[in-house]
Design a protein around this ligand. Structure first.
Ligand code: C2E
Ligand code: MG
Ligand code: MG
Ligand code: MG
Length: 286
């Protein structure tokens, strides 16, 4: 690459890429010990019913908290874990953490909300995946309807029939199915035709810019309509402003997930600020 001054920028980019590579290698090396040390923490982002403005469900999102308190975000390490089989161990670990937490809440008499969980497409290769998944959930005796399994369109593109079979089996066993990041892939409509999912999670890229573009507005409206017509609960991700929330409500979108309402929070905080207040009726302000 030639910069306008005629100077080569090639070295600069290479150095930056090498540094990223070193960073990723380091994270991969730290991962196993971090798992044993409990550095992967369960965060939950509440999802809000747009009509009542009350939190009614949540999404489990991992945060890597280093011993020095530094937090590493999933986009920095999930793709690395996916390059080798560590992601398998990792996802089962997070599923275990979530189910153990839900069990604790049940034992305390705290009413649960459904929580969705992200699992890598790498699992699709192992034939005993669903049995292992169920075994974890059943070990803690969590009713399956409280767990929503998030699948992305890209997994569908890569794995097609294998993913459909898995999804239908999870459904048969009583789990909720959510299609994540809807609108970012290329198989969207095809997928919806073949899979009776319970929840459609509309990607925030469909929300971005709707204030300025009538075309974006139309597309968002049609997606919400389609979710309604196929009896899926629609959840829009990345809601950051009141204008967005108001417009989504006007469209008839069911739920919103985004910084305007809540950021992802540690599970303990989800318990105190969401579940306990919900139970006490403090969050029901119709
Ligand atoms: P995702 O499943 O699409 O999760 C939604 C992402 O949007 C989260 O990013 C969330 O923090 C972010 N978000 C929520 N509200 C807003 C908003 O108003 N504005 C903006 N700009 N962003 C918002 P996060 O937590 O960084 O996670 C990134 C991705 O990492 C997730 O995307 C998911 O695919 C993956 N991931 C997270 N936890 C796990 C896990 O335990 N296992 C696996 N396999 N993947 C995970
Ligand atoms: Mg997700
Ligand atoms: Mg998403
Ligand atoms: Mg995403």
């Amino acid at each position: 690459v030639r910069a306008p001054g005629g100077q080569s920028q090639y070295e600069y980019y290479t150095e930056e890429m090498e540094e990223r590579h070193r960073y990723h290698t380091k994270l991969a090396e730290l991962a196993s010990a971090a798992l044993l040390n409990g550095e992967f923490r369960l965060y939950i982002q509440p999802q809000v019913d747009l009509k009542t403005q009350c939190p009614v469900s949540g999404e489990a999102l991992v945060r890597w908290v280093r011993p020095d308190g530094g937090i590493i975000m999933p986009d920095d390490f999930i793709p690395i874990f996916e390059k080798n089989d560590f992601i398998i161990q990792f996802d089962f670990y997070m599923l275990d953490v979530l189910c153990r937490q839900m069990r604790t809440w049940m034992d305390l008499g705290i009413a649960l909300t459904p929580i969705s969980i992200n699992q890598s497409r790498r699992h699709l290769r192992s034939p005993d995946y669903i049995d292992r998944f169920c075994a974890v959930v059943d070990q803690y005796d969590i009713p399956h309807r409280y767990i929503a399994f998030e699948l992305t369109e890209s997994a569908f593109i890569q794995c097609g029939d294998v993913m459909l079979t898995l999804a239908r089996e999870l459904h048969r066993r009583g789990f909720l199915l959510a299609i994540d990041d809807f609108g970012t892939g290329y198989a969207s409509l095809n997928l919806l035709g073949q899979l009776a999912a319970d929840i459609l999670k509309i990607d925030r890229s469909l929300l971005a810019g709707f204030e300025y573009s009538p075309r974006s507005k139309t597309i968002l409206r049609k997606v919400v309509e389609m979710a309604q017509d196929t009896e899926m609960v629609s959840i829009c991700e990345g809601v950051e402003t009141r204008e967005q929330a108001d417009y989504l409500l006007e469209l008839g979108c069911d739920e919103a997930q985004g910084y305007f309402y809540y950021r992802p929070m540690p599970a303990e905080q989800f318990e105190t600020t969401i579940l306990r207040r919900r139970q006490a009726g403090e969050l029901l302000k119709n």
